[in-house]
Write a protein that binds this ligand. Sequence first.
Ligand SMILES: Cc1cc2nc3c(=O)[nH]c(=O)nc-3n(C[C@H](O)[C@H](O)[C@H](O)COP(=O)(O)O)c2cc1C
Length: 189
Amino acid sequence: MPTYQVGYFVGSLSSKSINRILSKALIRVAPDDLEFTEIPIGNLPLYSPDYDGHFPPEAVAFKAAIAASDAVLFVTPEYNRSIPGALKNAIDWASRPGGENSFDHIPAAVIGASKGPIGTALAQQSLRAVLGYCNARQMTAPEAYIQYSPELFAPDGTITAERTEVFLTNFMAEFREHIERVLTVLPRQ
Ligand SMILES: Cc1cc2nc3c(=O)[nH]c(=O)nc-3n(C[C@H](O)[C@H](O)[C@H](O)COP(=O)(O)O)c2cc1C
């Protein structure tokens, strides 16, 4: 059975991020043949086309980490009904320079947590539009809008509510199947 390398992005720079807790929970319940590496976004400068042709080391490392991944997972908060600027900046770096879009054909999934009742639905809608333009192969179902509450997760990502554990386990199992399906027809170079 192949092992798939999954690079994941946490869209929050907060040291107390509930989305980081969610990312830990997702890793706990993921199928055994998925291996996870966080791809940090907080050290990237603000993207400018002036960098095209001579990317700084942080951006070179960032694109190399995506290239080493079989698939990517976005775990993001909602900021002002969209994605945080830091995540959009990271995606812009990944998409450039022209002709070197790191997300082309990559299997991808999106999920997010907020304390509010719509659980990042609008951020994910916004993210899906961006990833669509970047030609990522997104898992479209199941969707996962997590309304965070401390009763659902311990800070180390242990899931303390059975319904949530079942739901997230299924989400990650479906993501694994999605990765396999996409890579069967579009193998990574
Ligand atoms: C600038 C800003 C904008 C926000 N906008 C939204 C929003 O549009 N929808 C929402 O549900 N929560 C919003 N929130 C609240 C976040 O969901 C909450 O801060 C959450 O904990 C962020 O995730 P994190 O802990 O992973 O950083 C916003 C928070 C900030 C700081």
